[in-house]
Design a binder for this molecule. Structure first.
Ligand SMILES: [Zn+2]
Length: 269
């Protein structure tokens, strides 16, 4: 059974880590929240006490979301763009900003989104570009909005003054209707992340698990419920605030600013 074999190989890799007295670091990013929904309730229930980062789209009244999250421990907020509307032609790379949008307008839009989150009591810790956009103009605006980190998918990389915290393992496939990626693919993706860290001796480089609560099918929910339990004693979950501390990742292992093996495991957001 391929799932079982993939899990066996993942467990085998984890055994290498244990023998080296290393515990791999995981963090959890969930995208596209705007307001309280039953799916958000389900996410918060399933994660138990695992820290989670919600990437929030700041184009609605954010107070209902803030109310839902008040008193909920272990939730960090990220700014997820401005309004998640694509303004480039369909079929190509996507962006919230038209090709001729002036830099000052992009900067202002990001800053306004951040201000809305702050005003609602949801101060963002980092920025998550919709569709993993990595254009120079967006990177410039992220820095100008005061962020020191950002998080995109598997191809993200740190820039001057802007550290990247990747979310490499997407539990969904985006071809057609979003649907569960499948256990085998997820186990393999996770194992490749682990192998590369071990081979490069960057044991503390976090691995990001990426979810999208609004479009999970039953299988995706079932997997995450199982995975929280599975990961409990095999990985160390970390909150984003901890990962964003400047020394947390880079100092211990001497990690280069560049990403790990951007080409090896595909994940589309
Ligand atoms: Zn999104």
């Amino acid at each position: 059974m391929p799932d079982a074999l993939a899990l066996m190989r993942l467990n085998h890799e984890l055994a290498y880590w244990r023998r080296a007295w290393r515990v791999p670091v995981l963090w959890w990013r969930d995208d596209d929240a705007r307001e309280p929904t039953w799916q958000l309730d389900k996410l918060l229930e399933i994660r138990a006490d695992v820290p989670v980062t919600l990437a929030v789209i700041p184009d609605v009244d954010l107070h209902p979301l803030a109310n839902r999250l008040s008193g909920v421990a272990g939730v960090t907020i990220a700014q997820h763009g401005v309004d998640h509307e694509n303004r480039l032609p369909e079929g190509g790379p996507r962006s919230e900003f038209a090709p001729d949008a002036p830099q000052v307008a992009i900067n202002a839009a990001l800053a306004a989104g951040r201000a809305r989150l702050m005003a609602a009591g949801l101060p963002p810790t980092t920025f998550v570009p919709p569709w993993n956009e990595a254009s120079e103009r967006l990177i410039t605006a992220i820095g100008a909005a005061g962020y020191e980190t950002f998080s995109s998918g598997i191809h993200g990389r740190s820039r001057e003054g802007l550290r990247h915290i990747g979310a490499q393992v997407d539990i969904l496939r985006w071809k057609g209707t979003p649907h569960f990626r499948g256990r085998r693919r997820i186990f393999d993706a996770l194992r490749l992340q682990l192998e590369t860290r071990r081979e490069q001796a960057v044991f503390d480089e976090p691995i990001g698990i990426l979810t999208h609560h609004l479009v999970h099918d039953d299988e995706a929910w079932r997997f995450m419920r199982w995975f929280v339990e599975y990961a409990q004693h095999r990985f160390a979950w970390r909150g984003l605030a901890e990962l964003c501390k400047p020394a947390a990742v880079t100092a211990a292992a001497g990690v280069a600013a560049d990403p790990l093996f951007a080409s090896r495991v595909g994940a589309v957001g």
